[in-house]
Each structure stands twice: as structure tokens, then as C-alpha cells.
Design a protein around this ligand. Structure first.
Ligand code: GLA
Ligand code: CA
Length: 781
């Protein structure tokens, strides 16, 4: 009897097991071998294409996956964005547009493997680098560290939900997931190795216990967080010197397969800065170098897509927010089109296939494109006529404290009577504010320019003060990631020597969901009433992709048929928003635009191509004001010297320590004699040999900056990004010397500087001879 039960159990178990395995197809194996990846016992070079499911409408997922395959890729690499799945604490969503399992299955259908990067932090120019905003409701919250038990607990819950979806799809379970990443570029944020170990264990414990793990960092900082059982890989951009990038890693770990986990095909765009591009030659050049050396890579991005809705992030310092398009100058354009980069990659990769692989002969057809003649939005809902029920708070607080994740917030209080000598000080506007006294607009404050102060008008009796703040993306990179929105510290009236902190606030929340935008009371109107929501309809007889021209509008957000298609800002460079055809319908479509600034006209049209590079130049953002000329004639350098050629980090030691707050680097010549200078990153080193913090650095002068043809203003020397540079103008003023002056925020005892040249091999504008000056007071201009 016993035996019978056992045999029945065995038969059942075998049946169950074979069934499970066949659910995802036949089981395969993937291992990190000796200097190579091994797939089903054969060497396997990973050619991965990074694409992001929330940046592509679900209806187009399959098209984009097929595009990657036809470009010659064998793997899809994706981040999992914690904050899109858990927008409210404890309420998880993996359905529809968030269905990551479905996304991986589509890749499997086309014979593509998957690399998953679940974070918890992902960077990705995404709001708070993928971390959920509600973490910020806790006053002293810390992230990405073992010091915060709450953060770790929430991370583990999130990982277990991701594992519920994806762990059954690891390659050993019969799925297509070959690797899972632990954290993301952690050494750029911290050095808490125990935290990294906790993340690794949490990923394994959640259910990813039979799949290879890896981590990524940069060539000079991967060491401190190398973990047992986790393959270290390196990230860098198009045009890099491959031997230099892998020199240390291949010495430290001579038996591992080498991989560039993020090979940046292009770069992302910021509002108010030129559209970034990277050349086909640079991208294919170092890609070929990797292929020739049997180095695997993931192309970040193969197709960037669109950062719809409120999901765009920001960088700091200085604060700078991301455009809606994430085209990235990637080989597959934002709308999924073939570009010259696509063709070049496809041709190159054809020569480097693994045994048994073929690149499909056919490239998937491009989606239909339509145009929409200009139409007018005829209804308006002025913001001040549509205030929701207020909340009350004695002290001013950021929006998270009022349970709001994104959007706009209005702070209202009483302003006492006073004369016209008063100023209003708002220490931390996150990120853009309109200020009204008694219903009249009295100023605008823009965090990008560190604006905090404005003049108050005479008010002979107590009146209403309104501060309307728009949040434009939480910081997603570096130390500034705790970035609450709205107003994050006090609002003070400065009246000669008196300072009064304003209290007793009414709070009005304007969230970003469609339900809220559609619930307002719209009326027909010909007048432009800003700030306001505008609503209109347009008819189409054929569905297709289009690009909504918003060039007549000020600053705001657009919803079409209930889909939040993103932010726009008249400063550019993006002047049209990608409108996927799958979200349009034949016949009537609805559009709602919330504009905080004044539109020139309430009209929109649908174009047949993107507008990514129409920047409205803003001279006031330049770091050299009209008529300024740095005068160093009376100054003595702390050191003069020559950098060594190449693209590596270099240290310059002063002859003795020197006190100072203003640091000037003067370039006297370049290796290629082109009259231009560039710097990728610059640090100042204190008397103990440690880098000083760059959090309070500001550029006070740069004699020349390329800000029209490329995003290369002087602040790029301390933006933590090794692939962005300060570059003097490409066309004017190509004569040495060139100077950059930085205010370090306070006085330091310095012993030297550290300098990183631009990363491209033999590129122009790499500085040779230089002087460094250090002063306690500003240099003469
Ligand atoms: C880093 C991050 C990515 C992305 C790129 C820049 O490598 O890991 O998430 O932010 O930079 O696009
Ligand atoms: Ca930089």
C-alpha cells in the first residue's frame, strides 16, 4: 500500500515537473565560465539591447523587441522600476503596461534572452532613480544603505514581488532570464559594502537563487563593492578606449568574462540644454573593439523611447531636469524608426555572431505616421477657479507630507501689511514657482538658477500670498537623491533687519492622474487665462503615430485620451511630444493641457517627425556675462604643469597646501593644437589627500562654453558624469588661454586637484599645459 502511494506520488511529481518545464519551453543553461559566458555548454557573447517597458507603449513592445533582434542583438536588458509598480505603499501593480512577465515572454517568443536589473535603485533618468516617493514621507529616511531598516524592509518586499513575476522565468527554470543585476553603479553613491551584500542576499532570497548575478560600476571605482558570487562589469560610453577601460578589471579578475553592462549609445536630454548626440563612428568604433576582444556588452539604450507622464528625473548639482523624449540618439529612434546608427550596428554585428545565430533578413516595418492639422483647445479651466479642498498646516512642508507624489501644489497664507522694501525668501523651491500677492503674479523662481528671493510689493493691509510650485522630476543620480518636492524649508519675509517666517498654510494639491484633470470645470473661452487647464478635441480618420507640436505653449503637461504623455517646456530643446498611434482612435480624441506659464496660442498640431533640437537659447545661463574678462595678471599660480596624454584620471599636487575658496584652472594648450579645451571631471583634494565635497560648488566663470551644438557648459566638470564635459566653443574663440573658475562654497586647505580628460581616444580639446590658481576672494573679472 505504502509503495503504491509512493509510486503514484512519483508519477504525479514527474508529470508536474515536466509540465512546469514545458510551460516556458525547454530548459537551458547559462554560466559564467572561464573568460567567457557559456550558454548550453557553448561560448556565448552577449549582445544585449537595453529597452525600458514603461518607455514603450505596451502595444509596441513586440515591435521594439523585433527591432532589437533585427539589429543583431541576442538579449534584451531591462530595468525594473520599483516606483512604477508600487506607486502607493503596499499596493503593487504588474498588470498591463507594468506586466514585466509578459514583456519577457515576448522576448522569449523571438528567441531573445533577458537580463534583469531590479535595482532597488536604477538611475535611468527616472524620478528618484526608481525609488518610490512615499519613502520621503519619513522625515529621516535614508536610502541605499544598511543604516535604514525601513528602506531595507521595503526593498525586500518589492524584490519578493518582482521574483513572484520573474523568478519562474530564469533560464534554469525554463525561461529566458540569464542574469540579474545587484544594485546599480553603487560606488557612485556609497561605500557601504554590507548594504551591497544585503541587496545580493535579498535578491537571492526573493527567489533568484538559480541564476547568475552581476553588478556594474565604472573602471576606476568597481573595486570597493565587489562581492562574492557577483560578476563585476563596467559601464562607459561610445568612443571609449576599450583597453584602458578593462585594464584594471582584467588584471584583478583574470578569469572572468569581460562585459560592458552599459555601453552608452548616445545621451539623455535636459530641458534648456541642447539635444545630445554621439557619432556613429564613435559608437561603432569602440563596439568593434569590444567584439574583437570577445567582450560582451549591453547597448544603453538600443531604443530609448519616451519618459511619459511624470516619470522624468533630474540631475544635481546644478539642478537640471530631464526632457520627455528619451530618444537618447539611440540606434532605434524614439518612435521605433531605423536610424543610420541602426544600420551601422546591424552591419557590424553580422560579422560577430555566436554559433547558430542569424540576424533576421527583414527589418520590421515602421509604424504608420499621421499628421494632424492645427486645432484649437477651446475650453479652459483656470487654476485659481478650480481649487480642490485645502488641507491645513501650521508649518510649510513638502508635498510628500500631504500624501502627494507628483504634480503641482499651491501654498496659501496671509501676508501682513508692509512696504516695498520687503523681500520674500523661499530657500528651497522644488522646482519652479509662481508667486502671487493678492492675486497678482509678483515673480517666478527657478531652481535651475538657484533663485530664492523676490521683491514684495507694498501692501497696505493684510493680503493673500500664493505660491504655486511645480515639481519637475526628482534627482535620480548622485548624493542629492532625497529630493522632496514643493517647498522643503521655510518661507521668510525679510524686512530690513527683521525676518518673519510665515505660518498657517492652506495647502491645495494638484495630482497628475487623469481623473483629476478631467474633473475640473471647463468653460468655452477665447481668452488665455494662465495658469490653467485647456481642453479640446481633434478628429482623425486614420490612426498612426504623430508628434504633437507644443511650441506655442509655456510649461506644463499633456493628457490625450486619458494617457499622460509627458511634460513640455518652451525653452526646448524638445518642441513636440511623441504621440503613439495606439493611444489614439479613429474619430474624436480628447486632449487636456495644463499650462502654468502663458501660452502664445492654445493650438496644437500633429507633425510627422520629432522636434528634439529646437533650443531657445538663454544667454543668462552662460557662465560669462557680457563684458566679463578674467584678469589673472596679478595672480600667481599655485602650480603650473602639463597633463599626460590619454584619457585617464590624473592627480596634480601643489608644491605646498594652500587656503582658498575660488579655484581657477587655466588651459594654455591642447594636445591636438586646436585652440579648444575640455574637462570631464575635476576634484579638489584637501590636505589629507581626500576629495572635498562638490555639493556646494558653483561655476563663477568660464571664458567659453559650447552650449548650442552640444550640452557642454562648465558645470559638467562636477556633474559626476565621466562622459559629460565642459568644452569651450566649437566655433568661436578658438584661442588659448581658456579658464574655468569654481566657487567651492567655502574656504578649504587644498593640496591638489584630480582631473579626468574627456573619454574619447585622441579627441580634440584635451588640455596639455595648464595653470591652477587658488584665491580666498573672487578673481577680478
Ligand atoms: C548610468 C546609469 C543609467 C543611466 C546612465 C545614463 O550608467 O546606470 O541608469 O542613468 O547612466 O543614461
Ligand atoms: Ca562630467
Amino acid at each position: 500500500m505504502r509503495k503504491l502511494i509512493f509510486t503514484t506520488w512519483l508519477i504525479l511529481a514527474t508529470l508536474l515537473f515536466t509540465n512546469c518545464a514545458s510551460l516556458f519551453g525547454k530548459k537551458e543553461s547559462f554560466e559564467i565560465g572561464n573568460r567567457e559566458f557559456v550558454l548550453n555548454e557553448k561560448p556565448f557573447l552577449i549582445r544585449a539591447a537595453e529597452i525600458h517597458y514603461p518607455r514603450i507603449p505596451k502595444d509596441y513592445w513586440e515591435h521594439r523587441i523585433e527591432m532589437c533582434k533585427s539589429m543583431g542583438m541576442n538579449t534584451i536588458c531591462l530595468y525594473v522600476f520599483w516606483n512604477i509598480h508600487e506607486q502607493k505603499m503596499d499596493s503593487f501593480d504588474f498588470e498591463g503596461q507594468n506586466d514585466i512577465k509578459e514583456f519577457c515572454k515576448l522576448a522569449q517568443k523571438h528567441g531573445m534572452y533577458i537580463i534583469v536589473r531590479p535595482g532597488p535603485y536604477v538611475c535611468a533618468e527616472w524620478d528618484m532613480g526608481g525609488l518610490p516617493w512615499w519613502l520621503l514621507k519619513r522625515e529621516n529616511v535614508q536610502v541605499r544603505t544598511k543604516e535604514d531598516a525601513f528602506f531595507l524592509e521595503r526593498m525586500k518586499i518589492y524584490f519578493s514581488k518582482v521574483a513572484d513575476e520573474l523568478a519562474p522565468m530564469t533560464i534554469k527554470n525554463g525561461g529566458n532570464i540569464i542574469m540579474v543585476q545587484v544594485e546599480n553603479e553603487y560606488p557612485l553613491y556609497g561605500n557601504d559594502k554590507e548594504y551591497m551584500e544585503i541587496v545580493r542576499s535579498a535578491i537571492v532570497d526573493a527567489g533568484f537563487d538559480n541564476v547568475e548575478l552581476f553588478s556594474c560600476a565604472w573602471s576606476h571605482n568597481y573595486k570597493p563593492t565587489m562581492l562574492d558570487g557577483v560578476l563585476p562589469t563596467i559601464n562607459f560610453g561610445a568612443g571609449s578606449n576599450i583597453d584602458e577601460q578593462f585594464k584594471d578589471l582584467s588584471k584583478d579578475c583574470p578569469t572572468i568574462p569581460l562585459m560592458c553592462s552599459e555601453y552608452w549609445s548616445g545621451w539623455f536630454d535636459h530641458w534648456g540644454r541642447p539635444h545630445a548626440t554621439r557619432s556613429v563612428e564613435h559608437m561603432c568604433g569602440s563596439m568593434k573593439d569590444m567584439l574583437d576582444r570577445n567582450i560582451s556588452f549591453s547597448l544603453y539604450m538600443a531604443h530609448g523611447g519616451t519618459t511619459f507622464g511624470q516619470w522624468g528625473g533630474a540631475n544635481t548639482p546644478p539642478y537640471s531636469t530631464m526632457a520627455t523624449s528619451y530618444d537618447y540618439d539611440a540606434p532605434i529612434s524614439e518612435a521605433g524608426w531605423v536610424t543610420p546608427k541602426f544600420t551601422a550596428v546591424r552591419e557590424l554585428l553580422a560579422n560577430y555572431l555566436n554559433e547558430g545565430e542569424v540576424i533576421p533578413e527583414e527589418i520590421p516595418a515602421q509604424n504608420t505616421v499621421i499628421t494632424i492639422p492645427e486645432f484649437k483647445l477651446e475650453e479652459v479651466a483656470p487654476l485659481f477657479d478650480n481649487l480642490p479642498e485645502p488641507k491645513f498646516s501650521e508649518d510649510i512642508k513638502p508635498m510628500e507630507m500631504f500624501d502627494q507624489g507628483w504634480g503641482r501644489i499651491l501654498y496659501r497664507t496671509k501676508l501682513p501689511a508692509g512696504d516695498a522694501n520687503r523681500k520674500l525668501l523661499i530657500e528651497d523651491v522644488h522646482d519652479w514657482a509662481l508667486v502671487y500677492v493678492d492675486g497678482e503674479q509678483v515673480g517666478k523662481l527657478d531652481r535651475r538658477r538657484s533663485e530664492k528671493l523676490l521683491n514684495l510689493p507694498l501692501t497696505d493691509q493684510e493680503t493673500t500670498l500664493d505660491i504655486l510650485v511645480e515639481a519637475t522630476g526628482r534627482v535620480n543620480f548622485g548624493g542629492g537623491i532625497i529630493d522632496r518636492k514643493g517647498i522643503t524649508s521655510a518661507v521668510t519675509v525679510l524686512d530690513r533687519d527683521n525676518k518673519t517666517s510665515l505660518k498657517g498654510w492652506e495647502i491645495y494639491n494638484f495630482p497628475v492622474d487623469y481623473k483629476f484633470q478631467s474633473s475640473l470645470s471647463y468653460k468655452k473661452s477665447d481668452k488665455i487665462e494662465a495658469p490653467a487647464w485647456y481642453r479640446g478635441t481633434f478628429e482623425i480618420d486614420k490612426v498612426g503615430d504623430t508628434f504633437l507640436s507644443v511650441k506655442n505653449w509655456g510649461k506644463g503637461m499633456v493628457w490625450v485620451n486619458g494617457h499622460n504623455i509627458g511634460r513640455y517646456w518652451r525653452i526646448g530643446p524638445q518642441q513636440a511630444l511623441y504621440m503613439p498611434g495606439c493611444w489614439l482612435k479613429e474619430g474624436e480624441n480628447e486632449i487636456i493641457i495644463l499650462d502654468l506659464d502663458v501660452p502664445e496660442s492654445c493650438t496644437v498640431s500633429g507633425l510627422d517627425k520629432p522636434v528634439l533640437d529646437d533650443l531657445r537659447a538663454d544667454k543668462t545661463l552662460l557662465n560669462r556675462k557680457d563684458g566679463e574678462n578674467l584678469d589673472l595678471t596679478k595672480e600667481v599660480p599655485v602650480i603650473s604643469g602639463s597633463f599626460v596624454p590619454g584619457n585617464k584620471w590624473q592627480k596634480v599636487k601643489f608644491n605646498s597646501t594652500k587656503k582658498g575658496r575660488y579655484l581657477c584652472l587655466e588651459a594654455l594648450s591642447s594636445f591636438s593644437n586646436d585652440g579648444m579645451a575640455s574637462i570631464a571631471e575635476l576634484y579638489a583634494v584637501d590636505k589629507n589627500g581626500k576629495d572635498i565635497s562638490r555639493d556646494d560648488w558653483t561655476v563663477v566663470y568660464a571664458d567659453s562654453e559650447e552650449v548650442m551644438q552640444d550640452n557642454s557648459d562648465a558645470s559638467k566638470v562636477f556633474d559626476l558624469q565621466e562622459s559629460t564635459v565642459w568644452h569651450t566653443s566649437w566655433s568661436d574663440n578658438k584661442v588659448f588661454p581658456h579658464q574655468i573658475v569654481i566657487d567651492l562654497g567655502k574656504e578649504y586647505d587644498l593640496s591638489g586637484i584630480r582631473y579626468l580628460p574627456r573619454p574619447q581616444e585622441n579627441a580634440p580639446a584635451i588640455i596639455k599645459d595648464f595653470n591652477v590658481y587658488l584665491n580666498s576672494s573672487p578673481f577680478k573679472k
